[in-house]
Design a protein around this ligand. Structure first.
Ligand code: ADP
Length: 608
């Protein structure tokens, strides 16, 4: 090829060496290179090797004349437009009869020629040649630029499509939380958008020693058959195994190398492969495998984008795992809640039934037991008003005492049941302990006198009133004073005192009931507040209410404790010990708040 810097070459053809010499000499005045040919054949050969700017051809030559030569030249694309100057001794316009001249410039020169005329004709052709060269050069550059633009445009289009896919993937990732649905959507999208042969995602096993084919998008429909196929990390000749081991992407331009994978039928047409690891926070979750039927379909520019997809897919897998865990947890939680609710409902129904039974029982005890007792009491009292023989009177008095005692027992049992079943209702009102204790003292006077026991009351009138249930508090002090009388020998003393105490959580009245009785052993001092707890053997107890060591069912202190607690108060006993000879005595302490509150905390009492 002649470049613009090279000297234009001129082909001169003549069978007579003398003519050739003359021509060459004439042309040597120009800045041109000259090739001589002695025949048409020689000239044709030269045109194969050189790119001529002009041919100066003798018409009359043996074997192939000038016209025939030019006709052949016109038939070849390379020399189709070669400008020609025919040189002839015979000046004739015979050339018009020869085909093929239209395409190239032609001129004539008769022999003998004027060198100047030849030179001026040659110069014209050379100028034309130069201009054509320049034009070709410009066209060539334009073509190159067009080509570059075309390629750039293609690359941009491809990048644009890749970005669009990346965008769609990120949308899918945020909208699809089901792992299987998500991965299927992603592989289908990548395969469709780039017309790849085969796109698949493989997920790592929990033991991190193999990957399992999770989802496939392929040109062949039946490729889903291959899901669950496994590749171990240590497999040789597998790009997927290599990526699992190195956690680096792999590009294969000639798939024959990937023998292991090539063995799979679906890879028949694939020629190149790209495998990228799916990594999230440094953890390998699987691989994305893409196959193309084009050789060298993947390059390092693609890698950047595939890595972005891979990290998006990895994040999606993690999210889906998290979502699945949360969903499983929620389901378990809901199941637990359902089960617990059912259990609670059953328990509630059982409790409701028990509550009903309990109320029924209290009802039965209070009415069915008390009613006949009232009848016995009433008729006994009625008959005692009649004139009776002395023995009958004594019998009747015995019946009446028994009925009264039994009535008391039934009442105590009802109180205990109410405390136990939390149905004791406390009606809070203003209670003056001075009044309450004074009334009680009056009530107990016959018993005190009978036993020669002195009851001394402190200055309760100086104390403020407290909020409490008049009837229940009366029971508290009644039980405690009856006990004090019962467990104090004749001629003993009972002292009741009260004082106002201020604690961080409010004001309290502390009442002490001190006797000179038989005392209580330390090991019994807590247990006596439990129901049916007695310190001695029942059979030994006397049956009288206030008789010394008179028997009881062991309910009194349990009822007292229940009532005190229901008032937000505390009770405990202090005694040096039990001794019926020396009678060390006992002191019961009761602390009652002036204003009981719900969930009231009480001062810590040292019970030691
Ligand atoms: P009981 O019906 O047997 O009197 P309580 O619950 O009232 O039942 O008393 C329980 C036990 O506590 C009595 O059996 C008695 O042993 C003991 N006890 C109660 N008060 C005194 C006291 N003031 N002195 C000595 N022992 C007492």
């Amino acid at each position: 090829m002649t470049t613009s810097n090279e000297v234009p070459q001129i082909l001169i053809v003549d069978d007579k060496p003398a003519n050739l010499l003359v021509l060459e000499k004439t042309l040597s005045k120009l800045n041109v290179a000259i090739c001589q040919a002695a025949s048409g054949h020689e000239a044709l050969l030269l045109t194969l090797e050189h790119d001529f700017a002009l041919g100066i051809i003798d018409i009359q030559m043996p074997e192939m004349n000038g016209y025939e030569l030019v006709e052949l030249l016109r038939g070849n694309p390379k020399t189709k437009s070669l400008p020609v100057i025919f040189v002839s001794a015979i000046y004739a316009d015979t050339y018009h009869h020869v085909k093929g001249y239209e395409s190239g410039a032609v001129d004539f020169l008769s022999k003998p020629f004027e060198p100047e005329i030849l030179l001026s004709k040659v110069r014209v052709f050379l100028r034309l040649y130069e201009q054509r060269r320049e034009l070709e050069h410009v066209v060539g550059r334009l073509q190159e630029q067009t080509q570059t633009l075309f390629q750039t445009n293609n690359a941009l289009g491809r990048r644009n499509a890749q970005l669009a896919v990346a965008h769609t993937i990120s949308q899918q990732i945020t909208s699809i939380l089901e792992l299987e649905a998500l991965l299927t959507a992603v592989v289908q999208l990548i395969r469709r958008e780039f017309n790849y042969d085969y796109v698949s995602i493989w997920l790592t096993s929990p033991e991190q020693n193999h990957v399992t084919l999770q989802t496939v998008a392929s040109r062949q429909d039946n490729d889903t058959l291959f899901t669950n196929h496994q590749i171990r990390y240590e497999a040789t000749n597998s790009a997927i195994a290599q990526v699992c081991q190195t956690r680096q992407p792999v590009i294969i331009t000639n798939l024959a190398q990937d023998v292991y994978q090539a063995a799979l039928r679906f890879r028949g047409t694939a020629q190149s492969e790209l495998v990228v690891p799916l990594l999230a926070a440094g953890e390998l979750l699987g691989v994305l495998d893409v196959l193309s039927d084009q050789p060298a379909a993947f390059n390092h520019n693609d890698l950047g984008l595939f890595n972005i997809w891979a990290s998006q897919i990895a994040i999606a897998i993690r999210n889906a795992h998290l979502y699945a865990t949360v969903r499983r947890f929620n389901e378990e939680l809901e199941e637990n809640v359902r089960a617990r609710t059912a259990e609670l409902q059953t328990a509630y129904q059982e409790l409701a039934l028990l509550d009903h039974n309990k109320s029924e029982f209290i009802q039965v005890v209070s009415h069915e037991l008390r009613t006949p007792l009232t009848v016995v009491k009433a008729y006994s009292q009625l008959m005692l008003g009649e004139t009776l023989p002395e023995t009958h009177r004594q019998y009747l008095e015995g019946i009446l005492t028994g009925a009264v005692r039994m009535n008391e027992l039934v009442n105590n049992m009802i109180d205990m049941i109410k405390i136990d079943t939390n149905v004791l209702s406390v009606v809070f009102e203003e209670v003056y302990l001075a009044d309450l204790l004074e009334g009680l003292q009056e009530q107990l006077t016959p018993h005190l006198e009978e036993r020669h026991i002195t009851l001394t009351m402190g200055h309760f009138a100086d104390l403020p009133s407290l909020q409490g249930d008049q009837v229940l508090l009366h029971k508290v002090f009644h039980h405690l004073l009856i006990n004090a009388i019962k467990y104090t020998p004749d001629n003993g003393r009972i002292t009741v005192n009260g004082r106002l105490q201020t604690y961080p959580d409010g004001q309290f009245i502390e009442i002490t009931i001190e006797d000179t009785g038989i005392g209580i052993a330390p090991e019994h001092q807590k247990a006596i507040f439990l129901k049916f707890y007695q310190t001695g053997r029942v059979a030994l107890h006397s049956s009288g209410t206030t008789k010394f060591k008179g028997g009881g069912p062991g309910l009194g202190l349990a009822i007292v404790d229940g009532i005190v607690r229901a008032h937000g108060g505390t009770i405990w006993v202090e005694s040096p010990g039990h001794n019926e000879e020396t009678c060390p005595g006992s002191t019961f302490y009761i602390i009652l708040p002036l204003q009981p509150k719900q969930n009231m905390s009480h001062p810590e009492i040292d019970e030691g």
